[in-house]
Design a binder for this molecule. Structure first.
Ligand code: SF4
Length: 409
């Protein structure tokens, strides 16, 4: 067997931590080149014709970049008080009631938003946000409606609710992928590291993930763990990889955060990578991001002068506000309009979005270190004709005949 099978870096660069040989590129499901699976859409893009986003990252638990205190006064009926308290951490909520700091997008509005997105050409939704999406009181109803509208669903979660029958049934019947935060690889470290309310034991989290892998209906279903390396014992890295693999997860993804992790974790990552095989992927950290204010991840100037990526994928917050991407969705300066109140067509064709399309993003406040730079640079090359679209499509099709989760751009 190829001893690099299943070992990936997030972006195809040599993984942080000093591996002696280059890693293979990211898996097709996570590749920034995934947009090349959308030939018709790309053709419209390079010809300067109208395109609509196919993927939305939706934060349904809030709070949003704008405060919407009226939402906290009973708009989500039957779920208790929801007034914001201005805190940033997940509150101590348990059961069905959101924490006081959570301001959910009302279920009926979330359903309308997803149906409208599907009607305007949307194909995929990722539920993600600072707050835990599965704590939304209407999460199963929202997911059922989105699924029935033809959307594919992905979820980034802390995993605390994956064992609840209603959540587990919802995820198994409607989701295409799930990424679960793994705070630690042993029970002792798990107890010390886990801060999310409702967390029980590492064993129960692993069981829940294994159960979902068995019960999920979508033939393309993938579930895996996300482990952020911190100052803890490097031995926990290997323990986490072993636990993820034993649970039946498809992968474990290691991250060091935007400013790099602690030194000395390379040996542990090398050992973890040895657990990878054809059935279990180990994704190693990308290099640390540049300091605040630098041009991009490796210090060179970003090679794009418009945010092309936000033509294909967008973010919506819990107030129904559209933003170009999650990286800037905390910042009201990037607000492009209210897709709940005004509908997708009006906002997508509106003046705010047109102005954003004409903006040079690398010069703007939150885009100086664009997380989606590889996508933007590829799209810029195609738009400018410096890479011929037909050549790029043919090369990609040759390399990746079938792109997993292609609509989650
Ligand atoms: S961070 Fe990147 S993807 Fe996001 S809005 Fe800025 S340029 Fe676009």
């Amino acid at each position: 067997m190829d001893d690099t099978a299943g070992v990936r870096s997030h972006d195809g660069t040599a993984p942080q931590g000093g591996r002696e040989r280059p890693a293979p590129g990211p898996s097709p499901a996570h590749s920034p080149r995934k947009v090349l699976a959308h030939g018709d859409l790309l053709r419209r893009f390079v010809e300067g014709r109208e395109i609509r986003p196919v993927h939305v990252r939706l934060d349904i638990m809030g709070p949003s970049a704008h405060s919407r205190p009226e939402i906290g006064n009973g708009r989500e009926s039957g779920n208790g008080p929801e007034s914001p308290n201005g805190t940033d951490a997940l509150g101590p909520a348990s059961g069905n009631s959101p924490a006081e700091s959570e301001i959910p997008l009302p279920t009926s509005e979330a359903i309308a938003l997803l149906r409208g997105f599907a009607a305007s050409g949307g194909r995929a939704v990722t539920f993600r946000g600072v707050r835990e999406a599965t704590r939304h009181p209407g999460y199963p109803a929202v997911c059922d409606a989105g699924h029935e509208a033809g959307l594919r669903l992905g979820l980034v979660t802390d995993g605390t609710r994956l064992g609840r029958p209603d959540t587990a049934e919802c995820v198994a019947s409607t989701h295409t992928w799930v990424r679960v935060a793994l705070p630690a690889g042993t029970e002792a470290a798990f107890r010390a590291a886990a801060t999310a309310p409702g967390r029980t034991t590492l064993a129960s989290l692993l069981d829940d993930v294994g159960d979902l892998r068995q019960s999920a209906i979508d033939p393309d279903f993938r579930i895996g763990f996300h482990y952020v390396i911190s100052e803890r014992d490097p031995g926990d890295i290997l323990a986490a990889a072993r636990a993820a693999r034993a649970a039946g997860a498809h992968y474990i993804r290691f991250d060091t955060g935007r400013h790099g992790g602690p030194p000395g974790v390379a040996p542990a990552l090398r050992q973890a990578a040895l657990l990878a095989d054809d059935a279990f992927e180990v994704r190693l950290p990308r290099p640390a991001a540049a300091p605040e204010g630098a041009s991009d991840d490796d210090g060179r100037r970003a090679r794009f002068d418009r945010c092309h990526y936000s033509r294909f994928t967008v973010a919506v917050d819990a107030a129904g506000r559209l933003f170009p991407c999650p990286q800037v969705s905390h910042d009201p300066r990037y607000d492009l309009g209210d897709v709940v109140a005004d509908g997708w067509p009006d906002v997508l064709d509106g003046a705010a979005r047109a102005a954003w399309d004409a903006t040079e993003p690398p010069a703007t406040a939150a885009c100086g270190s664009c997380f989606y730079r590889p996508q933007n640079e590829l799209l810029d090359l195609l738009l400018g004709g410096r890479v011929a679209l037909d050549d790029a499509l043919a090369a990609y099709a040759d390399e990746v005949p079938s792109t997993p989760h292609a609509d989650f751009l």
